[in-house]
Design a protein around this ligand. Structure first.
Ligand SMILES: Cc1ncc(C[n+]2csc(CCOP(=O)(O)OP(=O)(O)O)c2C)c(N)n1
Ligand code: SF4
Length: 250
């Protein structure tokens, strides 16, 4: 009988710690599928963050390391510069990247480091109990903004995909989401492109994924999927903000 679907071979038997309806689980599986399809298992090193993905190194049968808070791009820089033939992927949440480690991602982009970055934007600190993150929306109620985020108290949400697109050292920046089957397919395509560009040595490739966090948002999984459409996408529009075609046309 023809196999039309199977569990990615790179995955271990570990049960993930993600909540039901969490976007991390979907993106983690897309990464596993791409590792299998692109034969990255032997040549890849995955750099994981602090946050709900902190245990992700246990999910893949391949080399991986967990970086301290926000430091994944700095750690990946060392790995990639020492082992330039390796495929290096960085994975970070919004608290980890934009709050704890904004300097690291910005300087990695400034230096045009040649690795791929997946940025999981769920507009909240998931792991530690739903606190406000730099990506939290104005008016969004979190455990540390019980009356909603305001500009005088906490400033504006940060649009990372647009910021990264403006950095000369970044070759590709796209924002995607995983709240429908079609968009999950589009996310896989974006990740594949980011991974492929690394083999062309064009600089940092960046994919932001709007990711539901039903637990942190205090919503049921299906409501969280709808909330992505209703609240997140208007502030964080989907799309390609920079592609190598544009870079070479300049
Ligand atoms: C220096 C330091 N600051 C903060 C924390 C607490 N902490 C651990 S994970 C995390 C944020 C995780 O949020 P995010 O990166 O958005 O990932 P998510 O859990 O939502 O996937 C924080 C604040 C810590 N352990 N150490
Ligand atoms: S708290 Fe949120 S981000 Fe963390 S595993 Fe649960 S749903 Fe996912």
């Amino acid at each position: 009988m023809k196999t039309i679907y199977k569990r990615p071979e790179v995955l271990t038997d570990a049960i993930t710690t993600y909540c039901g309806g969490c976007g991390h689980g979907i993106v983690n599986k897309l990464i596993a599928e791409l590792v299998d399809e692109m034969e990255l298992r032997e040549k890849g090193i995955l750099v994981w963050p602090i946050g709900c993905s902190v245990y992700a190194d246990k999910y893949y049968k391949m080399d991986a390391i967990c970086a301290l808070h926000g430091r994944a791009p700095a750690l990946a820089t060392g790995i990639k510069r020492c082992l330039p033939d390796k495929f290096v992927m960085v994975y970070q949440g919004d608290g980890d990247m934009v709050s704890e480690g904004m300097a690291e991602i910005m300087h990695a982009a400034v230096r045009a480091e040649n690795f791929s970055v997946i940025f999981i934007n769920n507009a909240i600190y998931g792991m530690t109990g739903g606190q406000m993150a730099p990506t939290t929306l104005l008016g969004q109620v979190t455990s540390t903004s019980p009356y909603g985020r305001t500009v005088p108290a906490a400033g504006y949400p940060v649009n990372m995909a647009e910021i990264m697109a403006n950095m000369p050292g970044v070759c590709y920046s796209e924002r995607v989401t995983v709240n429908t089957p079609q968009r999950i397919t589009a996310t896989k395509k974006a990740l594949k492109k980011a991974f492929e560009l690394q083999f062309e040595n064009k600089g940092l490739s960046f994919v932001e994924v709007l990711s539901p966090c039903p637990t942190g948002w205090g919503q049921k999984p299906m409501d969280a999927m709808k909330w992505v459409d209703e609240k997140l996408i208007p502030i964080y529009p989907l799309g390609v903000f920079k592609s190598p075609e544009e870079v070479s046309a300049k």
